[in-house]
Structures are given as structure tokens and as C-alpha cells.
Design a protein around this ligand. Structure first.
Ligand code: GLP
Length: 243
């Protein structure tokens, strides 16, 4: 496990963007596993900046996103589809047909079919070259919430109150936050060739400590990352303060 300690969110974002751009330069046809939430916003901003300067080319890049809220359509401003278009897809020369986010709407009526299709999609695209992750306060990755076992493939999950509360800041009111989501499973994430976890802020310090040094347990899903052979953590001093 490789850990980069950065002074603040801006340098975390720059470092993470450097790692992603190195991946794209090395393999222009990379399959990137992408994440949402506040953590990667600065990383996407930096990537867009470098693209606009002419230093990055996304024309052959493909992507699969970690998760999506259940019941939200792609054009709902709170959906992760929408987030990805705003933060990255509409700002660079990626072919939108090469970008994939789980279908949170279809998954309401056809959960098994949609989940199986997403697993197959990742496999058919050749597997994820680099998976970007944020960290939930309860140690979730994607929407893999603390549980009794590690879920393997893409699945539907009931969000914990902790996650609903944390994510409510992005909605008009807490009642608008979906209570279920579709997410890649732990096997999907762990099968990525490389994992990049970005963490910022003292409110994530306890979760990061558990993820990096706590017992490997499904009650702290991110702890499984200790078993991955190529995981890079980019975190600021505040997030690493308990490590
Ligand atoms: C959400 C997402 C996760 C993300 C987490 C942390 O629940 N599904 O992928 O890592 O929130 O979000 P933030 O970066 O906003 O703290």
C-alpha cells in the first residue's frame, strides 16, 4: 500500500489527477472506474484543466461508475449520471457511449438483470485498469455499506441512516434522499488492477484509520483494500491525523 500525505484538498486533488493522467497517457484505452461525492470533484476539475490545456486526451478512454441512486433518472440533477456529466464527461473529449453508470431507474423493476448486466459489462470491457474511490464516514466504498459479509458483485443496497444523513447536504431536504442504491460489489472493486483512494478532512480520519490499519471486516468495508496488491491512498494531513 502506497500512501501520499498531502497538505490539503487542493494538493490531494492534484496528486490524484496526476496518477489518473499518468494512467491515461500510459494506456489511452484505459477502463477507468469512477466515483462521485465531494472527494473526487477537485480531481475531475484538475483533469478537465489539463485536458483544456491540451495535455490529456480522453478520446479512447472508457469508464464505469461505481454506483447510482435507485429510482433517479439520468437527467435528475441529484443522480450520479448527472454529476458525472457535469463534473467530467461534458467537459472533456470522452465518447459518452464509452461511459457507463449503473441504471438506477431500470434497476427498480429489473434488479437482477441490471446487476448481472453491469458485472458482465465490466468483464467484457476487459476489467478496470484504475478504480477511483472516496471513503464514506462509516468506511463504505461505492455504496458497499457495513454488513455481515462482503458483497461480491453489483447489487442493490439499503443505505444506512449515516449515509443518508451525510449525502442529504446535496439534496433540497432529507426526504428527497433515496434510501436505496445500486453499487458495484467488493469483488468488482478488488478486481481492478489499481485502486486510488482519495480522502480529505478530519471528519474522515477515523474511517481512514479503520480502513488502513483496522481489522479486515465487512463492518468496515474499506478495510478490504489492505488485501489489494496495488492500492494508492492520497489523503491530506487532517484525514491521516489518526494514522
Ligand atoms: C457516497 C458515494 C461514495 C463516496 C462517499 C463519500 O456515498 N456513493 O462513492 O465515496 O459518498 O462521499 P464524499 O466524498 O462526498 O465524502
Amino acid at each position: 500500500m502506497e500512501i501520499f500525505e498531502e497538505k490539503d484538498y487542493a494538493s490531494v486533488s492534484r496528486k490524484a489527477a496526476n496518477i489518473i493522467s499518468a494512467q491515461i497517457i500510459q494506456n489511452p484505452k484505459s477502463l477507468l472506474g469512477l466515483a462521485t461525492g465531494s472527494s473526487p470533484i477537485g480531481t475531475y476539475k484538475q483533469l478537465v484543466e489539463w485536458y483544456k490545456k491540451g495535455d490529456l486526451d480522453f478520446s479512447q478512454v472508457k469508464s464505469v461508475n461505481l454506483d447510482e441512486y435507485l429510482g433517479l433518472s439520468a437527467d435528475d440533477p441529484n443522480s450520479y449520471h448527472y454529476f458525472m456529466r457535469q463534473q467530467l464527461f461534458d467537459c472533456v473529449n470522452i465518447d459518452i457511449n464509452n461511459t457507463h453508470v449503473p441504471d438506477g431507474l431500470k434497476a427498480v423493476s429489473n434488479p437482477v438483470e441490471v446487476c448481472t448486466a453491469y458485472d458482465n459489462l465490466i468483464q467484457n470491457l476487459g476489467g478496470i485498469d484504475l478504480q477511483l474511490l472516496g471513503l464514506g464516514h462509516n468506511c463504505h466504498i461505492g455504496f458497499n455499506e457495513p454488513a455481515d459479509s462482503f458483497p461480491a458483485g453489483t447489487h442493490i443496497v439499503d443505505l444506512t441512516q449515516n449515509t443518508i444523513d451525510a449525502n442529504s447536504r446535496l439534496f433540497n431536504c432529507i426526504e428527497d434522499v433515496p434510501t436505496r442504491a445500486i453499487t458495484m460489489g467488493i469483488k468488482n472493486i478488488m478486481s481492478a488492477k489499481r485502486i486510488l483512494l482519495v480522502v480529505s478532512g478530519s471528519d474522515k480520519a477515523e474511517a481512514l484509520q479503520k480502513a488502513l490499519y483496522g481489522p479486515i471486516t465487512p463492518t468496515a468495508p474499506a478495510s478490504i483494500l489492505q488485501l489489494h496488491e496495488h492500492v494508492t491512498i492520497v489523503a491530506d494531513t487532517a484525514a491521516l491525523s489518526l494514522c
